[in-house]
Design a binder for this molecule. Structure first.
Ligand code: SF4
Length: 223
């Protein structure tokens, strides 16, 4: 089986998932009620599968879909301000063919990068519970098993902690911080970045330059 067909099989399974009652209710309620600006659109309203190059050497792990972003469009970081910060950066770094990410049919193609998440369903207040993260972890594990990435970019502390759990990496010196970089015994690199949420980008906690440096570092680690 190729990576592509394995990922397609996994994603077909993810889309059907209803393990977390609270998140299923929330994602479907948001999709039914909608935001006024998107009232004429059909929301995705399901778990959001991974997206990107099936032969990627870089895996990007986010937190969870935004209620009116990915939960509306069905693709990670699409139709949302955080994607408006992420995809232009990936485009500048050569990982994406375009900066625009507004729908699943916008022509966006990723090169050598695959984007996945710690939880696949939009949570209230962008906060999945520990139990929900545990329910969803096997999907992230399978993404990683299939892709066998060389570099894992963790967008935010929750993604970082999830990756440490998956790899059973228990080094007390390993702390989350923007630009923090660690290498697992098995050779994979874990590169940390602040999440490109508006909370970080509008306050200047995460600048364009800081984010560009992350993707340059990721490229350097692939050489
Ligand atoms: S968050 Fe993950 S485990 Fe929970 S319902 Fe969604 S896809 Fe399933």
């Amino acid at each position: 089986m190729t990576n592509k067909s394995e990922l397609e099989k996994l994603n077909a399974e993810i889309i059907q998932c209803r393990k977390c009652a609270r998140l299923v209710a929330w994602r479907e309620e948001v999709a039914r009620v909608k935001r006024r600006a998107y009232i004429d659109q059909e929301y995705w309203g399901k778990p959001v599968p991974g997206f990107g190059d099936p032969n990627a050497r870089v895996v990007v792990v986010g937190l969870a879909p935004g209620a009116h972003g990915s939960n509306r469009t069905g693709r990670n970081f699409t139709g949302h301000a955080s994607g408006g910060f992420l995809y232009p950066a990936l485009n500048r770094a050569g990982f994406a063919n375009q900066a625009l990410a507004e729908s699943r049919s916008d022509g966006l193609i990723l090169n050598d990068i695959y984007i996945t998440a710690s939880a696949r369903c939009a949570p209230p207040d962008n906060k999945p519970s520990p139990e929900e993260l545990n329910n969803c972890q096997p999907y992230l594990e399978r993404d990683i098993q299939i892709l066998k990435p060389k570099v894992i970019v963790c967008l935010g502390r929750i993604a970082f902690e999830r990756i440490l759990r998956i790899y059973s990496a228990r080094n007390s010196a390993w702390k989350f911080g923007h630009g923090a970089l660690y290498q697992l015994e098995s050779g994979e690199w874990i590169l940390c970045s602040y999440h490109p949420s508006q909370q970080n980008t509008l306050t200047g906690k995460l600048t364009v330059k800081m984010f560009d440096d992350i993707w340059e570092k990721a490229k350097e680690l692939l050489r």
